[in-house]
Design a protein around this ligand. Structure first.
Ligand code: MHO
Length: 189
């Protein structure tokens, strides 16, 4: 896919953030991912001092290739909206950042026969996203030491790995997700 200049950012919670970080990183049109904490009120959450925050992941995407609505479809295929866990750390959540996202979400929910109040999934406006510790970013990729060594040798620090479009795809691939986008092969002669 050809990327356009303008990306958009979506924030979701689907339990432990390692899995969806990889799953959504593999989606065509998703250019960057990061994991973190949001949805609570306590200051400066960390993994071991999470307070009332929830593990969330952000996907930065190219809306010319994948739409917010398509991401919502994937989010709602990936959890049971009629249920919710009491443990705030792992709650399912859609945290909208703009009025346009809110409008798309409202339309999407009603197309599924849901209302924001009538489902277990938390539907809220994103107030603040706190990036998680480096060792949680691209967690699946981090288990492939040869790839992490290659990033290191190419001069990437932890923040550069977190924000790398290549790392997002490799993280999905490392977790077993299909990252292939099949196009016409180039002519061989
Ligand atoms: N350590 C937990 C969850 C990690 S996720 C970042 C486990 O593997 O079950 O909360």
């Amino acid at each position: 896919a050809t990327a356009s200049d303008e990306t958009e950012t979506a924030t979701f919670g689907l339990g432990c953030f390692w899995g969806p970080d990889a799953q959504f990183g593999a989606v065509d049109g998703v250019v960057r991912t990061r994991v973190g904490y949001a949805g609570g009120t306590s200051r400066d959450p960390t993994y071991h001092s999470l307070g009332d925050h929830t593990e969330v992941f952000q996907v930065e995407f190219d809306p010319a290739t994948v739409t917010y609505r398509e991401l919502l479809e994937l989010v709602f295929e990936s959890h049971a909206p009629n249920r919710q866990t009491r443990n705030t750390q792992y709650q399912n959540a859609v945290l909208t950042a703009t009025a346009a996202q809110q409008a798309t979400l409202t339309e999407f929910l009603s197309s599924r026969g849901f209302t924001a109040d009538g489902i277990g999934t938390r539907i809220e406006q994103l107030s603040r996203f706190y990036p998680a510790e480096d060792y949680h970013q691209k967690y699946k990729l981090r288990s492939v030491s040869s790839l992490m060594d290659a990033f290191d040798e190419a001069g990437y620090d932890d923040e550069a790995v977190r924000e790398s479009p290549i790392a997002a795809k490799l993280n999905g691939y490392a977790a077993g997700h299909d990252v292939a986008v099949l196009e016409e092969p180039p002519a061989s002669e």
